[in-house]
Each structure stands twice: as structure tokens, then as C-alpha cells.
Design a protein around this ligand. Sequence first.
Ligand code: MTE
Ligand code: MO
Length: 325
Amino acid sequence: MLIRHKKASDVASHEITPESVYLNRRRFIQASGLAAGSIMMGAAPSEAAVLPAKGAKFADLKKGYSKLGKDDALTPFDGVTTYNNYYEFGTGKSDPAKTSGAFKPLPWKVKVDGLCAKPGTIDFDEFIKPHTIEERVYRMRCVEAWSMVIPWAGIPLAEIIKRFEPQSSAKYIQFETIVRPEEMPGQRSSYILPWPYIEGLRMDEAMNPLAILAVGLYDQPLLAQNGAPLRLVVPWKYGFKGVKSIVRISFTETEPKNTWRVMNADEYGFYANVNPKVDHPRWTQASERRLTGGFLEGRRATLMFNGYEEEVAHLYTGMDLAKFY
Ligand SMILES: Nc1nc2c(c(=O)[nH]1)N[C@H]1C(S)=C(S)[C@@H](COP(=O)(O)O)O[C@H]1N2
Ligand SMILES: [Mo]
């Protein structure tokens, strides 16, 4: 096993929190008004990052920056793990949970290359070991106009980037999803999308403190359908920017050719910032339906930059936001 994990028997019972209890704890925190801003519970772990055994919980997850409104109840675990977009496992929302049984998230290697001083191919445990895993509770807004609220466990992308010492000529970062048609039934068809799935960010976007590489959600390692073992989360952008099951990270001088833009440049851009004023040709972006308790709610207004305007608007000063869809 490449991941240094606690054996189930080593995990103290207070660290194993059933989903229902977790939700109640969260609701309590929200009810007591502590949800806005950083949640000041729990101490930073003294150890380096360690993934828990399957089914067990991250111990003492550090509470990172999370900002929610009063109408932002968490999407239940069942919703986050059964209503997915992951075309490598099929195009239906329930396909990824159903067809990903053969997918093996471990062992895993991540190749880092391009314009940086320290390129290399790194085992997943080495990749996460130097870092503290933080909880970040973020809204997630798909361009199809549905949304969720997800308690991620992840590592600030900026911290990871710094380790590889990108050169000043590196203007962008590109991410690539694994290609494993034998484990990913959607990849056996070349009609769905061109594989591998590619996404990217401008370097200053990638360095923004909100951007994380997630390794878990609801205190446990990511399931295949959510992008195990490692996926990007950029909460102010549409969900398709959140590339899953990353095997390669490249520092580039030119703008990455992200998959959905390659597929249909009239409908998808590179920046893909959540913007209620700019409609997708097929869907209004002014409002969205939140997934709660197993169903999609009625429409609610979509927020500029998905509610993270304060944190990210400065990245786009001088840009025509109506143009950069
Ligand atoms: N490799 C890969 N990454 C992907 C996708 C995909 O099809 N393949 N779908 C994207 C889209 S459209 C969305 S909305 C989010 C959904 O993430 P979730 O299923 O974990 O909620 O994943 C994104 N990442
Ligand atoms: Mo999406």
C-alpha cells in the first residue's frame, strides 16, 4: 500500500463519525452562526498529510477557509456521490457511481512537467505528504445550472505549485485525467469526448488561495465518481473546470486547450467563471437549482463568481467578463 494510512483498528472511535452525525455537527455549526468565514474548530494536525483507510475518516482535519450563506445547507453525501458528471464513466448522472466499480485509485502516480525547475513523476503519497489536508466547504455550480455544497478535504494548489518551482515563463497550468479504458467504460467510446480530459488555469488563478486539489469529501477519501484520488476544485468557476483523477500537471507558456472548449468553442470558454449575466446558449446562468436531500430545489439566483467575487474578482480587472464565458 503506497498510502501511509492508519489501520482501521488504530482509528479512535471518536474519529469515526457516521454521516448523519457529521451532518448534524455541521448544521449545529451553521445554526450557531460560525459557518461564515473560517471555522475555528479543531487544531492543525502535527503530522504530515495521511489518507485514512477506506471508509475511515480523516483525523483532525484542519478547518480551512469556508464561506457559506445562510441558505447553503450541505448537499448530503448520497447526492454528492450519485449525481455526477464524469463522462469517462458514462454520460448519465448516475453512471459514474454505477460503472466505476473496477476503477483503482491506488497505486497512483502524478507526473509534473513543463516549465519548472523540479519536474518529476511522484507517487501519490509523496505528492500529498508534505501538506496539511484542510476542509473547505464550497458551493459547486455546474454550467447545466444545478449546484451543490460540498465539504472537500484538500490541499491549497498554490502550496503544491511552489514545490515544483515554476519558471517565470510558466503562464498557465494544465491538468490531465488518467486514460484507462479498461476501467473507465466511457473511454471505450471516442464519440463521447476526446481523451484525456484536459483542463487548465492561468497561473495567478491557480495561485489564488481558494483553488485546491481535493483528495476527499465528507472527511473521507474521494470515491471514483468524484475524481479519486486527486481532483481540482475551483469554486468560482463552472464545474467542468474541476478536472478529475489527475495524472499529469504541466506548466506551460500557452493557454491550455481545455476539453469542453475543444469540443464546442461556441458554448465553452477557457475562463468559465460563474457569471449570472452571461447565458450559456442552451441554459440560463441567471439561476440554478441546488441539490439537497436527494432532489433538485426550485430556482435560486446565481451569484457572481459563485459568491466568491470578493476573493477572485481582482484576477479579472480589465477583462471583458461578458466575453470570457
Ligand atoms: N475527467 C473529467 N473531469 C470532470 C468531468 C468529466 O466528465 N471528466 N466533468 C466535469 C463536470 S461537467 C462537473 S460539473 C464536475 C462534477 O463534479 P462532481 O461529479 O464531483 O460533482 O466534474 C468535472 N470534471
Ligand atoms: Mo458541469
